[in-house]
Ligand binder design. Structure first.
Ligand code: AMP
Ligand code: ZN
Length: 320
């Protein structure tokens, strides 16, 4: 188990600089640098007035909290999350779980990123002392490809909008001309973890998604959908905002196609209603079978034999 003696982090924002989203040609305000922080770790003491929290639970002044692998440490009102990184991997394992879908090249990209992130994080200024003993490193811990969104959401180059509750990033492997992901700052690993108390947050995510669509210069000519994958491959709850042209070289296979054009894609509004009514989200059994359905055009419902033929067909619906 890791002992966190971190209270006492002072952080302040640097200059806010304008960031122009190349696809949207819109100006969004994002922070240039989030962590201009001078840290002075004084065990058991907290300097300044900004609350430090672990996975949204505030660490009181003078308190000491034990952190678990994968938990997020936030300084300054949950605006500046840090993920705890082990300096040593007591198990020596690098994770063995397989990614359920996505192309192999996307996997490799993510693995390379994960390695880079891991190396970079080991030299980060904020380090947490590791006590040997009961520390564990799950196969899907920090550095695993499935954690990639947590890295991207902190990256100013990926961010196109943010407020105190959510951040919007560009999807790194966009499956259409416009493809964004809305993520809460709050650490919610998956749809399964959603509860009634998250209703307001989920609604806010939807509102931000709607705003993104409204501000898109091609909103009048393109249709958009906003929703969640029934069985996401990436950790940390994320709402897809995607234009329905599916005109992208990253859309490569049947799984990609069916994940956005069948009931595998759960409309944000439907998810909200489920959460409001039942206090949780349940995914229908057999959802993964939807990914194996034959290719069918989502506009005219025509069956198309292959992905290249489908891409050619889509040009007739969505000329450039
Ligand atoms: P899913 O988990 O199936 O809902 O989808 C995850 C989405 O995240 C996919 O659309 C990927 O293209 C995208 N993605 C994968 N890795 C990253 C990353 N490191 N940064 C941003 N987007 C990513
Ligand atoms: Zn068609």
């Amino acid at each position: 188990m890791l002992k966190c003696q971190t209270a006492g982090l002072l952080a302040k924002m640097e200059v806010i600089s304008p960031f122009s989203c190349p696809t949207c040609r819109l100006l969004f305000w994002v922070e240039a640098r989030k962590r201009l922080s001078k840290t002075k770790n004084a065990p058991g003491s907290k300097l300044g007035v900004n609350p430090t929290s672990i996975d949204t639970v505030v660490v009181g002044t003078g308190s000491e909290v034990k952190m678990k692998p994968g938990q997020q440490l936030h300084v300054v009102n949950q605006l500046y999350p840090y993920t705890v990184q082990f300096k040593e991997d007591p198990t020596g394992s690098h994770g063995g779980s397989k990614r359920p879908r996505e192309s192999a090249s996307e996997d490799r990209e993510n693995q390379r990123e994960a390695q880079k992130t891991k190396a970079a994080k080991q030299t980060e200024k904020v380090s947490v002392p590791v006590s040997h003993g009961d520390a564990t490193n799950t196969s899907e811990g920090v550095g695993h490809w499935s954690q990639g969104l947590k890295t991207s959401m902190q990256d100013p180059k990926m961010q196109v909008y943010k407020d105190d509750k959510v951040v919007v990033i560009k999807d790194k492997y966009p499956k259409a001309r416009y493809h964004w992901l809305v993520l809460p700052w709050q650490s919610i690993p998956s749809l399964k973890a959603l509860r009634e108390e998250h209703c307001d947050l989920v609604k806010h995510m939807q509102q931000v998604a709607d705003q993104m669509v409204e501000q898109c210069p091609d909103a009048s000519s393109l249709r958009f959908r906003t929703g969640y994958h029934a069985i996401p491959s990436m950790s940390h709850v994320h709402l897809h905002v995607i234009s329905q042209d599916f005109d992208s070289p990253c859309l490569k296979n049947k799984k990609h196609w069916n994940s956005f054009t069948t009931d595998y894609f759960i409309e944000s509004h439907d998810l909200f209603q489920m959460l409001e009514a039942n206090g949780r989200v349940t995914v229908k059994e057999g959802a993964s079978e939807l990914l194996k359905l034959p290719l069918r055009c989502h506009v005219c419902r025509k069956d198309i034999p292959t992905i290249p033929a489908l891409k050619e067909h889509l040009k007739s619906h969505f000329p450039r």
